[in-house]
Design a protein around this ligand. Structure first.
Ligand SMILES: [Zn+2]
Length: 291
């Protein structure tokens, strides 16, 4: 079975010296896809999202501040030239992946910048627009469809939580390291945001159990579609966290999503090790495996 990957190599056209959220994350992954024959990948070009959709998750002030970015949003989140253009395409890719899933074809959005730290009114933590939360709000509000977001990035998806908190037809599940950036996600909040913090250097088996626990809770919500904030920084060699997951654990995660037997779209968040292309590949193999 083929997998749809939504990407745009132009997202490699901005960078800051020494910044871990760098172009090779995408470019090396695209290269890996081209040089393999295990998975049939159908590549689709991402398009910028409409501003009306950005407004589903963000304030006009935030949108304008990204459009006219002239001072850095924080130390991690520079005011890159044309960042509005790149962030709009990343949001557009996630949105296209979600629409594809609604139409019965799962998809992976392979773009940067990532999104899950971006709140309604604040760009932070390498993130400008909250790609997955925009899609989630559209699906809940405009399609009237129950959507769960599962976030396995090692950092808490504080922005997604901020946008989806107590929003009808949505639920959010995040497994992450704590204490760690951004310092939130210690407990469940509201009626629909569920947090599963894990201490630094957690034994791998414990971390996998926690991922499974969150997934079992997600099933109880009975979603019609699942969006996955796919961050690969709980990997043992990731420079930005201290967790101990191995390549095969991302394959295992992909298998768990496949077993849900629901429409699924995935959106790349973090993952900063040199092995990122291998981790994404393992995850996609898992999600694409039959039986
Ligand atoms: Zn992360």
């Amino acid at each position: 079975m083929a997998i749809k990957v939504i990407t745009d190599i132009n997202c490699g056209n901005y960078c800051a010296v020494g910044h871990p959220e760098r172009p090779v994350r995408i470019l090396k992954t695209v290269e890996k896809f081209k040089n393999q024959s295990e998975l049939e990948i159908i590549s689709e070009n991402a398009q910028p999202i409409d501003e009306s959709l950005l407004l589903k998750a963000h304030t006009k002030e935030l949108i304008d501040s990204i459009k006219n970015a002239d001072t850095d949003f924080d130390n991690d989140t520079p005011a890159y030239p044309d960042i509005y253009k790149y962030a709009s395409v990343a949001a557009g890719g996630a949105f296209a992946a979600a629409m594809s899933a609604l139409n019965g074809e799962g998809a992976f959005s392979l773009l940067r910048p990532p999104g899950h730290h971006s709140t309604k009114d604040k760009a932070m933590g390498f993130c400008y627009f909250n790609n997955i939360a925009i899609a989630a709000k559209f699906i809940a509000e405009d399609k009237g469809t129950r959507i769960a977001i599962y976030d396995f990035d090692v950092h808490h998806g504080n922005g997604t939580e901020d946008i989806l908190l107590n929003q009808p037809l949505t639920a959010f599940y995040s497994v992450h390291e704590f204490p760690h950036y951004p310092g939130t996600g210690t407990s469940h909040i509201g009626n629909n945001c569920f947090n599963y913090p894990m201490p630094p250097n957690s034994p791998r088996v414990d971390y996998l159990k926690r991922l499974e626990e969150a997934l079992n809770d997600l099933k109880k919500f009975n979603p019609s579609i699942v969006g996955v904030s796919a961050g690969f920084d709980a990997f043992i060699k990731d420079p930005l966290a201290t967790q101990l997951l191995e390549v095969e654990d991302f394959y295992w995660l992909g298998r768990q999503f496949k077993k849900l037997d629901l429409p699924i779209f995935c959106v790349l968040e973090g993952g900063y090790s040199y092995e990122l292309p291998d981790l994404i590949m393992a995850f996609l193999k898992g999600i694409n495996e039959n039986n």
